[in-house]
Ligand binder design. Structure first.
Ligand code: 4AD
Ligand code: MG
Length: 506
């Protein structure tokens, strides 16, 4: 069996392959099948005269998602997807498919989400999953080449790491337990044994919010390094994100094409330093009190808004022109369907633009009203990152908004040595991390302040009693990274079966 991705090695040869029919169109005496086998896509043709009766009849019986085994000749054809076409000589149906629910027409997002088990077969989802796979591979590559040891942190835990409001509780042999929000605390213990470690595992947050960035179950990569301070941590984050994006850029060209993702931002990122801002400076920029390259956030976003409004006007005009064209009697049914499809697409774009036009003034208002000392909200991150084409690292946070384990700054006691990495293009936080508190008394104070039960942290405090060293780490949300790399409007498409508020099935 030859996979579609390897057809390039079989030009002019007879091969055998298998896959699914994604789409079929018929013309006089010819059936055109688009095949998918997981490795790629190819157009296959069956002609009544060349392939013969059996193959032609079988092809006629194929529907969307019929699975098939095929013999045929690989023919070079630059015009076709993948650059090759398969001329079928034999076709055998493996599994029939009747009334496949997902057609090539536009479907509503809830319908697609309900049919996630089938939706995964679409070309766009295929591209996203391949990019997710490449990101995962690159992450392991990076840490392994840097001498980190991968560790698996427990999923049942007795303690909260990231606040008690987002815990999923469960019953562990009549003892209360929680699904892990983060492997970090265990990572810290392991780093004291192994030096540099990273976890790569599922984490859980019970957040009753339906945003485009939140999942209830997501995968986090959490490196933890002994003898690292905040600056070394930030340097590592930057090298790590550059390595991962470069690897995806190199290996996922066809996938980016399917997604129509312009990758210039990653090409430029390779040779540009990330922006590093203290929380103080970030707040000033956010509120329009400080300029970036001679511009204030207010100016930049006002300009965005007027561009969006212009675009809306243009699209509205285009839609009415197209509607007029359809109403003319000379137009054929085929042409009219084609135009209708275009109109649907334009209307979708219009919807997105209208949301943006509504959002921008709200973002600006909430940015202007931002109170120093608070954590950034999603829209604050969008406004701030709009000013840069590279990820922005915001560090030195007010300790009050950060987790109990963050190291306090001895010189500025109100600050903690945390860092958030905000992705550009409106994506916002993808990484959270920082240097860890090593002062036993400060740590005890913080645990009390956060009203956490001391008993479940005894083991963690031990790490500060026996050969404690400065150490740092961070957590990358895999799905947030995939959403940004693929430029997806919502996190739900980044994971095969998303678990989020309001969705447990399929
Ligand atoms: O910022 P967070 O909460 O940090 C931690 O959990 C630390 N223990 C990490 C560390 O220092 N080892 O989460 C880290 C990242 C976020 O930046 C975000 O990318 C992702 O995890 N994340 C989520 N992704 C999807 N859905 C959610 N509900 C997420 N919550 C956090
Ligand atoms: Mg965070």
């Amino acid at each position: 069996m030859i996979q579609i991705k390897d057809f390039k090695d079989y030009e002019g040869k007879q091969i055998e392959t298998q896959g699914w029919v994604m789409n079929k169109r018929s013309s006089k005496g010819i059936e055109f099948l688009i095949l998918r086998d997981g490795s790629g896509f190819v157009q296959a043709i069956v002609t009544e005269t060349e392939a013969g009766e059996q193959a032609y009849t079988a092809a006629k019986q194929c529907n969307q998602e019929t699975s098939v085994r095929i013999k045929g000749t690989v023919v070079k054809d630059e015009k076709q997807i993948g650059g090759y076409e398969l001329h079928i000589s034999q076709l055998e149906i493996i599994g029939h498919s009747e009334d496949y629910p997902i057609s090539n027409k536009a479907h509503g997002i809830e319908f697609l989400a309900d049919n996630r088990h089938l939706w995964l077969r679409s070309k766009r989802q295929w591209a996203i999953m391949k990019i997710r796979n490449q990101i995962i591979f690159a992450i392991h590559n990076f840490f392994q080449k840097e001498g980190f040891v991968q560790m698996d942190a427990p999923i049942f835990t007795g303690n909260a790491a990231e606040g008690t409001t987002t815990l999923f509780s469960t019953d562990f042999y009549e003892q209360p337990a929680y699904l892990s929000q983060s492997g970090q605390l265990y990572g810290e213990a392991m780093a004291m044994a192994m030096g540099k470690i990273y976890t790569f595992g599922p984490t859980f947050r019970a957040e009753k919010s339906k945003t485009r960035r939140h999942l209830s179950e997501f995968w986090m990569i959490e490196p933890e390094m002994a003898f690292f301070d905040l600056e070394m941590n930030m340097n590592l984050i930057e090298a790590f994100l550059k390595f991962v994006t470069a690897s995806v850029l190199e290996n996922c060209k066809p996938e980016f094409e399917i997604l129509e993702r312009d990758t210039t931002i990653f090409e430029n990122m390779a040779n540009t330093n990330f922006t590093r801002l203290t929380y103080d400076d970030a707040v000033k920029i956010l509120k329009g009190e400080k300029e970036v390259n001679g511009r204030k956030t207010t100016e930049t976003l006002q300009q965005d808004l007027s561009e969006v409004l212009q675009e809306i006007e243009k699209i509205n005009q285009e839609i009415s022109e197209k509607e007029k064209a359809i109403s003319e009697s000379t137009i054929s049914k085929g042409q009219s369907n084609f135009i209708r499809n275009k109109i649907d697409q334009l209307k979708n774009t219009l919807k997105d633009l209208e949301v943006k036009a509504k959002n921008i003034p709200e973002w600006l208002k909430s940015a202007a009203d931002f109170t120093y000392g608070e954590d950034f909200g999603g829209s604050d991150e969008t406004v701030l990152t709009r000013m840069f084409d590279v990820p922005v690292m915001v560090y030195n946070w007010p300790h009050e908004v950060k987790a109990f384990y963050m190291k306090r700054d001895k010189n500025s006691p109100l600050l903690a040595k945390g860092v958030d990495v905000l992705a550009p293009e409106g994506y916002g936080e993808i990484v959270g991390g920082g240097e860890r508190e090593t002062d036993l008394n400060l740590l005890i104070e913080k645990i009390n302040e956060h009203k956490l039960p001391m008993s479940v942290f005894e083991w963690y405090l031990d790490l500060r009693k026996y050969g404690s060293v400065p150490h740092s780490g961070f957590g990358l949300g895999l799905e947030r990274m995939v959403a940004w790399v693929c430029k997806l409007p919502h996190i739900r498409e980044t994971i095969p079966f998303p678990r989020m508020y309001g969705r447990l099935m399929p």
